[in-house]
Design a binder for this molecule. Structure first.
Ligand code: GDP
Length: 300
């Protein structure tokens, strides 16, 4: 229910408009599909993805001999879920070797710190021992903020001083996690996009250290992106994907944005699964992404 509620603005931007279109266009003709395409593109679904989605709906309608627009709603839901449904949204944290390492990347302000706290909280609820690493040593505020969250959730944070080598923090954190038999280590990274090249170098250095210490790690590289930035989020994700080998997306601030359509855009154009969505500022406000639920919440 919370999830559905959090999508209300996106629903107004997509679902309500489609319902309206169905009301005014009784027949499934070219006009109908053109307008449907327009609605999707306007709602940040992305041009490529919108075209493909509409084409799939058109084909499916033809195959099922549907000519009445009212009956097309179910097809739209089905095809939306199908585009998203090919991905595995589970987190790979059940590893033989401990700890499972989750590297969290993304630009400042996207919701990285909050998402790390939410993840830590979730794992703690599952009775897992979690350790955090303050890998963003560029901003003192980032370290402080993560410490506040670590205390709130009740997990330990491994940190160095501002300006320290992020690689050294990560090295220490891995050893601490091994010594304390932690199940999961979640590593924060810097997110200053003003200097992309250096940032990507820094993250790949951190990645190399992780791999050197635990060959099967990182088990997840989660990119945090802010849903309210719409199509910009997609181009940002491309940069991170190339440089850091992202395995999944945490899409934050889905509550309160009308741009939830980018979920589709990300899945299709980047071929990376949205694994988790942020639907609020509290530590419980992180949900595993469910494509069918998403399609239904969007179009009901
Ligand atoms: P960071 O700079 O990437 O570490 O970003 P923060 O974690 O500090 O988050 C930036 C702001 O976004 C904070 O005010 C958070 O409370 C807020 N925020 C993060 N995730 C969500 C979310 O899913 N929904 C809402 N409404 N706010 C969020």
């Amino acid at each position: 229910e919370r999830f559905k509620q959090s999508l209300s603005k996106t629903r107004a931007n997509i679902g309500d408009k489609i319902v309206n279109l169905v009301k005014t266009n009784k027949k499934l003709d070219d006009d109908f599909y053109e307008e449907l395409e327009e609605i999707l593109i306007q709602a940040d679904v992305g041009v490529e993805t919108s075209l493909e989605l509409v084409e799939n709906i058109r084909k499916s309608a033809r195959k099922n001999k549907i000519t009445d627009s009212e009956k097309v709603m179910d097809l739209i839901k089905e095809e939306t879920a199908r585009i998203l449904g090919v991905y595995d949204t589970s987190l790979r944290v059940e590893t033989d070797e401990k700890p499972a390492v989750i590297l969290v990347v993304g630009v400042n302000g996207a919701g990285k710190t909050t998402s790390i706290a939410k993840l830590a909280y979730r794992f703690k609820q599952e009775n897992k021992k979690v350790l955090l690493a303050a890998g963003d040593t560029f901003r003192a505020a980032a370290i402080d903020q993560l410490q506040i969250w670590a205390d709130r959730v009740g997990v330990e944070l491994i940190k160095h001083q501002e300006g320290a080598d992020p690689g050294a923090v990560v090295f220490d954190a891995i050893n601490a996690a091994k010594a304390r038999k932690a199940d999961i280590l979640i590593i924060d990274t810097a997110g200053r996009l003003q200097n992309k090249t250096n940032l990507m170098k820094e993250i790949s250095k951190v990645r190399n250290i992780i791999e050197r210490e635990i060959p099967s790690a990182p088990h997840e590289v989660l990119l945090v992106i802010d849903a309210t930035t719409g199509q910009n989020a997609v181009s940002q994700a491309k940069i991170f994907k190339e440089a850091t080998g992202v395995t999944g997306i945490i899409l934050t601030k889905l509550d309160g944005t009308a741009k939830g359509g980018i979920v589709l855009s990300i899945a299709k154009e980047l071929n990376i699964p949205v694994k988790l969505v942020g639907i609020g500022e509290g530590m419980e406000d992180l949900r595993t992404f469910d494509p069918v639920l998403f399609a239904e919440a969007l179009l009901e």
